[in-house]
Design a protein around this ligand. Structure first.
Ligand code: TA6
Length: 301
């Protein structure tokens, strides 16, 4: 486990990158530049906060978030890897894979006038064989300029081809879920997880969130916008992925979850950059795949 002092000596950058104990446990990297501020927990390799200059916090984190050995922090941008949601063959395996509950290593940092960059990494080893019979190295690059860009690169270091599903499971903070809509999905096919995984077509330009929503949209969805009338802002998610997930647990489901908190669903919406559903990446030995998501915030008026 890397220590705070050593992290600051090796990867600290004056006024741009510092490492400190985080109130939720573990160590966090604090990134700062004239473009904004971000906090990244090494536990889970999870961005917890991003405040671009001239905007308020963009990410939602539950007041009940707390890390335990097998629970991810509820909020920010958890990394779901190497499978998304329930394991396809064995539901007893951890939901969303196993790297959101481990501490990642810091391997690089960089800062200039325009951007601050941090690279985290983890790898699978023999100790993970019972969960996942493959070997891979994973790098998460966090690049905070005017936009926040996350790239998640998986390299297959094993001898067999591996299947990969994954997500950058971003939780966005909204003023009031009933004054929010999503654009960019019109005409897309989706798997409706709250209706027996039935396949449907998004037949409206706007997706309003007025009930539990848990959908995997299929196809190259280059840009999705979260329009938040309450906060007067539009968050655009640009990606190279072959699927995207929209999730809000609404009343009943969030009441059954320990860490959303009363009314928590009203102030969050997940728009996730994913390879999920039919979109399964196949990685030959030695090859690599990069999933990329960029977030951009603008004022509505
Ligand atoms: O991405 C949506 C989803 O897969 C939902 O089905 C919901 O369960 C959510 O992720 C959160 O999963 P978690 O394991 O963090 O409780």
């Amino acid at each position: 486990m890397q220590e705070i002092a050593a992290l600051n000596r090796t990867f600290g950058r004056p006024a741009a990158v510092t490492f400190a104990a985080h109130p939720l446990g573990g160590i966090a990297a604090h990134l700062s530049s004239h473009a904004g501020r971000a906090t990244v927990a090494l536990y889970g390799g999870q961005v917890l906060s991003w405040e671009p200059a001239r905007h308020s916090e963009t990410l939602w984190i539950s007041p009940r978030a707390k890390p335990t050995a097998d629970t991810a922090l509820r909020g920010g941008i958890p990394v779901c890897w190497p499978w998304f949601a329930v394991h396809p063959d064995d539901p007893s395996k951890p939901m969303h894979g196993f790297v959101r509950t481990r501490t990642w290593d810091v391997v690089a940092s960089e800062a200039d006038d325009n951007a601050v960059k941090l690279q985290l990494a983890t790898r699978t080893g023999p100790e993970d064989a019972a969960l996942w019979p493959h070997s891979a190295e994973v790098a998460l690059d966090i690049d905070m300029g005017r936009e926040l860009t996350l790239t998640l690169t998986t390299r297959n270091t094993g001898a067999a081809t591996l299947p990969l599903t994954q997500a950058l499971h971003s939780y966005f903070r909204v003023a009031d879920i009933e004054r929010v809509h999503v654009e960019g999905l019109h005409g897309r096919t989706y798997i409706d997880k709250v209706d027996g995984n039935s396949r449907k077509i998004q037949d409206s330009v706007r997706l309003d969130i007025d009930r539990e929503v848990d959908r995997i949209y299929q196809g190259d969805i280059a840009r999705i916008a979260l329009v938040d009338a309450g906060l007067g802002r539009r968050i655009e998610v640009a990606s190279n992925s072959g699927s995207a997930v929209v999730w809000n647990p609404w009343t009943d489901r969030s009441a059954r979850m320990a860490d959303i908190g009363p009314g928590g669903y009203r102030t969050m919406l997940c728009i996730e950059t994913a390879n999920a559903g039919d979109d399964i990446v196949t990685l030959a030995p030695g090859s690599a795949y990069t999933l990329r998501a960029s977030f951009n915030v603008g004022k509505l008026f």
